[in-house]
Design a protein around this ligand. Structure first.
Ligand SMILES: *Cc1c(COP(=O)(O)O)cnc(C)c1O
Length: 500
């Protein structure tokens, strides 16, 4: 063990609050702060070429050009960038990201966008078409998710993160009004999406994390113990982003019902897969409004709903609950103002494209797409299980996470990246996942993935001394006890993203 390893392993055993304090003190020591900044700058310089591949290749602007560029020129540059980027996701090398991607479907959505491009859902009087589309998107999604015959309602949002944040804000405001809770807490499995933590930070809701079991499903007993008089909501995923595990939603939502608190099923990822998987005979545990304790859900139309990016649905069991989401202003000189979600003006064209996707694909289309995805995922799962060095985490339906007890799986990820794959590197525990979409259901893609993966494992086994390019960064990010430094590094990376 190097001194660094021993130092960090010692730090890892210390109390997190002490660590945060020690970290701040350390950064305030003049020499140390400077040294750390130099380290960051070095790391960022190394990342710049991959983050900014178009530097010096296309016209770049830091000011609005004096005379406008020709449409032809702009379109030519964009076509060139598309040509660079398209085959990567289109040929199925990317985990998640593009969930449908057939050209005919894309062309159709583009046509719908063009027809509706000026529409703003904020102005229901000018574009009643937009509100028609949104009302029906919510109704169709609610009925698909067990809301038939109930008063399930909701709104269209800009994405899964917004749906989740809206739901948590809604519970916060409900609990304040109905129960006088001023120090709200929500109980969230550690595997739930980061959007819950984002809601916690934005809306001052304390997150109480609960662990997951060996199959990455939330621990119900821990949830029971975590409930206090300040608990406003309990959360479960169907399935979770990291390992594709479906939390024990029945038990969790029953617990919430018994304790008179909200329960949110995050079906951002699975909302448009699980209902069809169930119909196809796959083992899908109950997760939706058919469970009486489920009081809200999120389901992303822009994932397996196959809509264009920028829409999601947040659903509530009752209109009373939905009211806590709405914003109204009665005193503003700008007039009576009200909006259902975080945004003011909203892209009506995206709602139109979402409505068009749902109605053009239809139940039969979703069934058949889901069938293809689940068969592909099963083949990939089986293939990974046949590689002795790897194991699949839990027993997922369509997000396949794998790890290894014998080799460094981040090095496998590195090798796969050189083979053009964009997989997700995860941590706590160290693993890699592939979120299977229709792109991977194309002929030959699953075989290519497994061939490359076998090759990657062999390579890593045979070259134990190779460091890999990103593997050390992942390793460091996963194990560094000074989480504030990792956070700073991510902020610097965001700065790099916005650098011209
Ligand atoms: C993708 C995802 C989200 C967040 O969705 P965005 O659309 O990226 O904001 C939330 N929860 C789960 C389980 C997801 O997979």
């Amino acid at each position: 063990m190097s001194w660094k390893d021993s130092f960090f392993s010692l730090l890892g055993k210390l109390n997190p609050r002490f660590l945060a304090f020690a970290e701040r003190q350390m950064k305030n020591i003049p020499g140390v702060g400077k040294k750390i900044d130099e380290e960051y700058a070095g790391i960022m310089a190394g990342l710049e070429s991959s983050a900014k591949p178009y530097k010096n290749k296309f016209a770049a602007f830091t000011q609005i050009p004096e005379t406008g560029r020709s449409h032809a020129e702009i379109l030519r540059d964009m076509e060139a960038m598309r040509a660079q980027e398209e085959s990567h996701w289109k040929d199925g090398f990317v985990s998640g990201a593009v969930y449908h991607g057939d050209q005919e479907h894309i062309d159709f959505l583009n046509q719908v966008y063009a027809i509706n491009s000026q529409s703003n859902s904020l102005h229901a009087d000018v574009w009643p078409s937009a509100t028609k589309f949104e009302a029906e998107i919510v109704a169709m999604t609610g009925n698909m998710l067990g809301g038939a015959g109930l008063d399930v309602c909701g709104t269209v949002s800009s994405g899964g993160t917004e749906s989740i944040m809206l739901a948590m804000k809604t519970y916060r405001d409900q609990a304040r009004e109905m129960k006088g809770i001023t120090k709200p807490e929500m109980i969230v499995p550690i595997t739930a999406h980061a959007a819950f933590d984002k809601a916690s930070q934005y809306f001052n809701i304390k997150t109480v994390h609960i662990p997951v079991d060996e199959n990455f499903r939330a621990d119900v007993n821990a949830a029971r113990k975590a409930i206090t008089a300040n608990t406003i909501a309990l959360v479960g995923s169907a399935p979770s982003f990291p390992h594709g595990a479906i939390d024990p939603i029945s038990e969790l939502s029953e617990l919430a019902r018994e304790k008179h608190i909200g329960f949110h099923t995050d079906a951002c990822l699975g909302g448009f897969v699980l209902p069809w998987a169930e119909k196809l005979g796959y083992p899908v545990p109950p997760f939706d409004f058919r469970l009486p304790g489920v009081t809200s859900m999120s389901a992303d139309t822009h994932k397996y709903g196959y809509a264009a990016k920028g829409t999601s649905v947040v659903l509530y069991r009752s209109q009373d609950l939905r009211h806590f989401q709405y914003y109204t202003s009665t005193e503003w000189p700008g007039g009576l103002y009200f909006s259902p979600t975080f945004a003011g003006s909203r892209p009506g064209a995206l709602s139109a494209a979402c409505w068009a996707a749902l109605t053009a694909i239809g139940a039969q289309g979703y069934l058949s797409a889901t069938g293809k995805i689940l068969e592909t995922a099963a083949a990939i799962k089986k293939g990974i299980r046949e590689i002795p060095e790897l194991h699949v985490l839990g027993d997922p339906l369509f997000v396949v996470a794998f790890a290894s007890d014998t080799i460094n799986v981040y090095k496998v990820l590195d090798y796969m990246s050189h083979k053009n794959w964009s997989l997700n590197g995860l941590h706590k525990p160290t693993c890699v996942h592939l979120c299977v979409t229709l792109r991977h259901a194309q002929p030959g893609v699953a075989e290519r993935f497994l061939n490359d993966l076998r090759e990657a494992v062999q390579h890593v086994k045979q070259h134990p001394q190779e460091k890999g390019s990103m593997a050390p960064v992942y390793g460091m990010a996963a194990t560094l006890p000074l989480r504030g430094m990792v956070s700073d590094l991510l902020k610097k990376y965001l700065d790099l993203i916005f650098k011209v």
